[in-house]
Design a protein around this ligand. Structure first.
Ligand code: BDP
Length: 683
């Protein structure tokens, strides 16, 4: 297996008695009614059962009086569905049939995948009954794919979308992509980069988008587009893109109409405006609300939504970038139109290996806020480092904002339960590409999987999700499952330890990969590395308390309490909020310098532990895949040492302290490391 089938392998269940007992209850599939999505559900169930049970199960129109089969039923009302939301499902055993029931066709499809998942996990028959409803309404991938097939921050090959071949040629991969997403409950996909080419909005490209929408529709997935705010000027030839200009408004109105004529169930727009050089309403002295509300109005009579990103920060040399998005957005709470969702990155800076949650969560009670996570490993070692991201996502979702008292978690903001948002959204910046195994690093498939599962139900644990993914994708051998699960669960902390421990962040310049903590030249201070760590002869870290930038004040007082005092601030967040003297004793019993070194060294050493564990599971996983991951782990180890050496040698110049025992001094000098990084940075 080359990884192409992801978690949809459906290998025959090896336990013969379990297979027999499943088969006895799965003599036929009866689908009540017919529609593209219901047909998909039936086909998926047949295909899955064929693999798992090793025999073809007939599908029939109605069960009649037969028993021992599976019924797929859509019923908009009634006792079976009244506790469900539209996409939710119920699996029950009744009159000797297993029934999958939902208010909608899509719900039945999700129920089918849930049943198949349980079979793949070899769960006993009597535990198959479940009820499930998605906690979030819009569960979508954001592709940062460009029309020229490159992917911004993509590490798994080129774009999957063959724009030059569309709409005439439909790659079979599109359907396989749809299956994978539907199987984990993803129901939307933004096809193109947030740094949006206006090309996608042309009539020619809308036909191509429509062709993709046709493939995704039977899987319950809608397409969305990122739009360039200057499109009225660039495409429409207007003199302005001012959101209050009547001609501009008319242009968008016409464009939306054209889109819906081409794609009747179009999902909506995603907008990056006035961020990192992209055009936006502020170019005309208008606000984010003015911009979003113009699109909101154009969308009024259509089903789509307007997703407006809050990823903004100005080129102000004296500002703390941490505070920027909050300052620009929170004053507009309640000012956005009825179709708008504001999409916020999980942390205040930018997808760092560990960030505190964005202070915006909980502070805009009258504006639906969506979550943006990044699956692609822009700051997590690209495709050579193993980082299972579920613990990162959970850390943010489980964080307590305290805005309505204890227990006001970010998850409750996002699922709408805290502030009564109806439009709820979780987005993941995709890690997929044209690589045969979809994600470059074979184990990075787990991040795509985990994102979908958490968008559906954020109360699942990282452990549960890892277990599912491993058993469906890699092996069912219990010892190997346990080892790999442990590897996945530890991987993110291992990476943080050698890359950005204790609240360090962004030690990069342009390429977000090679270590450059010394990087201090850029047109903007907040695009240097030294801006973030602030190393000097006294200590390290960014003072964001009241004596510094006071970014902490953006959080609820209870949250501030946890982080405001350097004596009690948990070590993983210490340098996010404090400038700490090198010799300061910490709760660990070590001083700052020694503690940092411990993280860098043990982090890098732990990659050898990953290698050893992986070697142990060799008999239980596919040999080609095993060799692939083993190779990547070797590279990861080299690079972890590279990171460790870069950090300790660079910081040592400020700290002026020896490497503490038992750790050995790096074999190279700082000059050596800088040279190796320069080679890496050559075009
Ligand atoms: C940063 C990426 C940049 C993206 C930007 C964004 O470096 O490529 O365009 O985020 O999210 O992380 O808009």
């Amino acid at each position: 297996d080359d990884g192409y089938q992801l978690w949809l392998k459906y290998d025959r269940i090896s336990n013969a008695s379990l297979r027999t007992s499943y088969t006895r209850s799965m003599q036929f599939i009866a689908t009540e009614g017919s529609s593209p999505i219901l047909n998909t559900a039936t086909d998926e169930l047949r295909q899955g059962l064929k693999g798992l049970l090793g025999q073809s199960i007939p599908s029939v129109k109605a069960s009649g009086n037969r028993t021992g089969g599976i019924l797929l039923r859509v019923t908009p009302m009634g006792a079976d569905v009244k506790d469900l939301t539209p996409e939710g499902y119920r699996i029950v055993k009744r009159q000797d049939n297993l029934q999958i029931i939902s208010q909608t066709d899509a719900g039945v499809l999700y129920g089918v995948f849930a049943l198949l998942r349980q079979l793949q996990m070899n769960r006993p028959l009597d535990s198959l009954a479940v009820v499930s409803r998605p906690k979030v309404k819009f569960r979508m991938l954001n592709h940062w794919d460009n029309p020229n097939a490159t992917i911004e921050r993509g590490y798994a090959g080129e774009s999957m979308w063959k724009w030059y071949e569309l709409p005439e040629t439909i790659s079979p991969r599109y359907r396989d992509y749809a299956r994978a997403n539907a199987s984990i409950g993803i129901n939307g996909t933004v096809l193109n980069n947030v740094n949006a080419s206006p090309r996608l909005l042309t009539g020619e490209y809308l036909k191509k988008v429509a062709a993709l929408a046709d493939v995704l529709r039977p899987y319950g997935i809608k397409v969305y587009l990122s739009v360039n705010f200057a499109a009225p000027k660039i495409l429409g030839g207007l003199k302005t893109s001012d959101p209050l200009d009547p001609q501009v408004r008319q242009w968008w109105f016409n464009k939306v109409k054209e889109i819906y004529q081409t794609i009747p169930d179009f999902g909506g727009f995603l907008v990056k405006a006035n961020s990192e050089g992209e055009p936006g309403p502020q170019d005309y002295d208008r606000t984010h609300a003015d911009g979003a509300n113009m699109l909101d109005e154009a969308m009024k009579t259509y089903p789509g939504v307007v997703i407006w990103r809050a990823f903004v920060y100005k080129a102000d040399p004296n500002a703390d970038r941490f505070k920027a998005a909050f300052e620009e957005f929170v004053p507009f709470d309640g000012k956005f139109g009825s179709k708008v969702i504001v999409q916020v990155k999980n942390g205040p800076i930018d997808f760092q290996p560990r960030e505190p949650f964005s202070p915006i969560f909980g502070r805009m009670p009258r504006t639906p806020l969506g979550m943006e996570f990044q699956l692609t490993q822009e700051y997590l070692g690209f495709a050579t480092h193993l980082v299972y991201e579920a613990p990162l996502f959970k850390e943010c979702l489980d964080a307590d904002t305290y805005v309505s008292g204890k227990g006001s978690t970010v998850a409750k903001v996002i699922d709408g339960s805290l502030h009564g948002y109806e439009r709820t959204l979780m987005a993941g910046v995709a890690n997929t590409g044209s690589d045969r195994n979809w994600t470059g690093h074979p184990l990075a498939q787990a991040n795509w999987y985990a994102f979908g599962r958490l968008a559906w139900d954020h109360s699942l644990t990282s452990e549960q999700i890892a277990e599912e993914w491993i058993r469906m994708s890699l092996t069912r051998e219990p010892k190997a499952v346990r080892r790999i699960r442990h590897m996945l669960l530890r991987s993110r902390d291992i990476y943080v330890n050698y890359n950005a421990p204790m609240g360090l962040s962004r030690p990069w310049a342009g390429v977000h990969f090679a270590p450059e903590p010394w990087q201090n030249k850029s047109p903007r201070p907040d695009w240097t590395a030294v801006y973030y760590h602030r190393a000097d002869s006294i200590g390290l870290g960014f003072n964001r308390t009241a004596t510094g930038s006071n970014a902490l004040s953006q959080y609820h007082p209870e949250v501030q309490k946890g982080w405001a005092d350097a004596e009690t601030c948990p070590l993983p967040y210490l340098l996010w909020f404090h400038h700490v003297p090198w010799d300061k004793p910490l709760s660990s019993g070590r001083n700052l310098w020694d503690e940092l070194c411990t993280h860098f060294y043990t982090g890098a050493d732990s990659v050898q532990w990953l290698q050893r564990e992986w070697a142990q599971v060799k008999p239980a996983v596919d040999p080609v895949l095993h060799a692939d991951v083993a190779g990547r782990l070797r590279t990861q180890y080299e690079e972890a040492i590279w990171w460790r050496d870069a950090w300790v040698l660079y910081l040592q110049e400020y700290a002026q302290r020896p490497i503490p025992a038992p750790f050995q001094k790096p074999k190279r000098t700082l000059v050596d490391v800088k040279e190796s990084v320069n080679v890496y940075l050559l075009r």
